[in-house]
Design a protein. Sequence first.
Length: 298
Amino acid sequence: MVYPLAEQRLAQQHSAAHDVNPVQDEAIAVSLEAFAQAIVDAHQGMALMTGGALDLATLPGTLLDSRSGHQLLKEIGIKGRYYTKIANGKTYVIFKGYPAVREVLKGTRYLSSSPKVVAFGIGPEAIRAGGRANAVIMITCYVALDIMQFIMSDTQLYSELFANIIVDVAIGAVAIGAGMAAAAAGALLAGAITTVAIPALAITAGAIVVGMAVGMALGQLDKMFGLREKLSAALRWTGEAVERGLQKTGQVIREAQVSMRQKVEELERRSNRFFYNLERETIWHFGGPDLYNQIYRR
């Protein structure tokens, strides 16, 4: 048995659970907008404070590199040293110092493809893998941040959005490449001067500093030469040129369609006239004047 009062209360609860509160929805929308604005402000503020060396897109990669460097230094010590050496077509990572103080890297020489070595971010394979990971993170963050800035701006054009993405990703990619090159060069240099091998701290820190410095320098060049503005103008001009080209192409296609239709209609009229005359001539010659006059001269 269902009691009316209980049934009414259940119906009210069900209705309240499915009702949409406009004020609450508006508050959620405002909160999301404020959150997005805070992220954009933090991104721009970090870039401004560091002179373009760091922002929210490059920070994750820098932190990952710092974490790998910290793990390596914890394993081999602050004074720990290593270098890479090529022998018989294979690349080896050679550690200096006492193996007994290390927990994982107990040996003195490993192939650069060894999982133990790669786990600590050492060697060409590890550098390439780390560079690819940092590039994916950087590109994803820049695209997301630039799109957020575009959505929250009332004046930014699509050409400016694409210009920002292209320039940001290009600068970040070059900076990552410079850091990878610095790490590889440091390890090779240490191998060239094994008598005074470079500490791992210098190699790791040098790679991070080089990447940040290159990013900062490219950012300054961007501001100095107005690369974003010029690229945006070029993209806008290209878009307008493509639009004009599409419009012209459409116009040519429409004119061709009209011309073709007119030619088809003219051909149809001539064909009808030809067959009509042929019909009359046939009836005149084979049916005689009486039949002809009966059909056509009523």
